[in-house]
Design a protein around this ligand. Sequence first.
Ligand code: FAD
Ligand code: N01
Length: 548
Amino acid sequence: MHAHDVTRSAHRYDAIVVGAGLAGVYAVYKLRQIGLSVRVLEAGGGVGGTWYHNRYPGARCDIESLDYSYSFSDELQQEWSWSERYASQPEILRYINHVVDRFDLRPHIQLNTTVVAASYDEEEHVWVFETSTGESYVANYAVMATGVLSVAQVPSMTGLEDYRGRWFHTGDWPEEGVDVAGRRVGVIGTGSSATQLIPLVAEEAGHLYVFQRTPNYTMPAQNHPMKPEVEKDWKANYPERRRFARASGFGHNQVTNHRSGKEVTEEERRAELENRWQLGGLYMMRAFKDILTDAEVNEEAAEFVRNKIRSIVKDPETAEALCPQNLYIGTKRLCSGTHYYETFNRENVSLVSLKDVAIECITASGVQLTDGREYELDVLIFATGFDAMTGAMNRINPRGRGGVTLKEAWAAGPHTYLGLCMADFPNMFVITGPGSPSVFSNMVTSIEQHVEWIADCIQYMRASGYAAVEATFVAQEQWTQHVSEAAGRTLYAKSRNTWFHGANIPGKPVTFMPYVGGVGNYYNKILEVAREGYKGFQFHKVRSVSKV
Ligand code: FAD
Ligand code: N01
């Protein structure tokens, strides 16, 4: 069919939002507020994104829920009560559904609809979306809220198709749950998802085998029921807390120690590291201002955690196998769990270290290693992560100006201007895209910053009579260079074997994708760009181009 025939028969909106997670939900709220007609297209059978798909036992956030929540409505933040310090997946999912109903957004969200292609019509300045339902949609603005941890990665393993047990990925967990009671269960992976899941599966399984390729550092979450005085204090000070989060390094209120790990005595250092262990979760990474930039300071913290592991895990060989070596703490996303290391003291749990061996194949009855060992399993769980940051966008592979595809544009890794827009892809906005703080932040803070910036940009265009906005190539390349230089000043650049670099996906270009220059600095930058007439963008009138 000719492009014009498609646009004639398609459903028309001012904006199409792809994805109904925390980003898509706020986007539809905000864009409707500024008067746009909006349709949200969501692949899943419900709203919630991450919190809809990751229903594995133990799934919860690792940023305090009072922080990891929307700030855009004071009534909402005052009236909603979180039951725990770190909310569990079911509670976050309830919250997102509450927001959708409270603001009457459900009629604008279309579920079970995967966007399979998107192309830019240069004459009309519109995006044309094709979907799994066979219906097409046309919109002036494409708001990509497709998520950066939304494409589950099941590694290609010979024999999986012949496996007679049941297998699952944590990021695509069945709504009805998985019965592991009394069963022989295998978990592949020891990242954040695995460390949350393993202790709970261990309580029910007959025997649990944990297949560990690279140990990571897991902090105790120190989760607990919400303390009424904490909730009261937050609610009394919400405007200030939210302002602080937006201006902070990581988009939240976790207390940072601004001293260097080198300017304190040995005793003070130990006390601070112990304090951080007791605070739990990600607090460890705020122990010293140079923990992620100075290798020696980082190693002090790493060894502190290794000693904790040795003191918790009774079998010395297992303890040593669980201790990460040659891995700067925090450069692989720090894990936060409850009773993770204690779980390896259970009789029904075995750690299978893949340090000197690999998984050879999946057999009809379980997992076989390259040294001939075989494990019979009734249930196999892949906690093997995601095609992060670029996976969902590349799957759609939008076609921009002159037919250029995103995969072509990102062949050497994602290039964006501010993590928000790409040259050759006019009127397309990515929420928390590569090149923005994204996964290096409290993502709700980052989502709100992006959605508000996008809404302001669209309002500016409408007020100025512009039909299209597009990042300039020069601005995009300068920003991408800056993203890379910011990472180069940290230890992240030295640990390249992580999903932050795309290294977990065979064939993916290895390049550090998020922006580590700090949420506050980044926020100032995008506001400044807007204030200066959207510096680095060019705007198109209906038939002419004007450089700004
Ligand atoms: P998502 O929630 O991923 O939503 C994207 C949606 O887009 C999905 O529903 C997907 O189905 C849909 N979609 C994608 N492609 C298409 C398509 N082609 N067509 C139609 N629909 C499509 N972040 C934190 O800051 N703190 C935390 O504590 C935290 N915990 C996490 C725990 C887990 C288990 C995981 C996996 C991630 C966690 N994150 C955390 C990151 C989390 O992804 C973000 O905080 C946030 O939920 C992202 O929201 P989003 O709307 O941007 O993306
Ligand atoms: O995935 P991961 P995740 N054979 O990529 C292993 C967020 N999140 O789902 O390190 C054997 O971190 C792989 O081993 P290795 C958070 O941002 C947050 O756990 O590549 N093993 C690794 O151990 C997080 O970072 C929370 O050697 C294989 C594991 O699988 C992100 O989501 C909770 C393998 C994958 O770890 C992703 O976390 C959950 C193979 N072929 C998620 N392939 C919170 O707590 C992979 N592995 C907030």
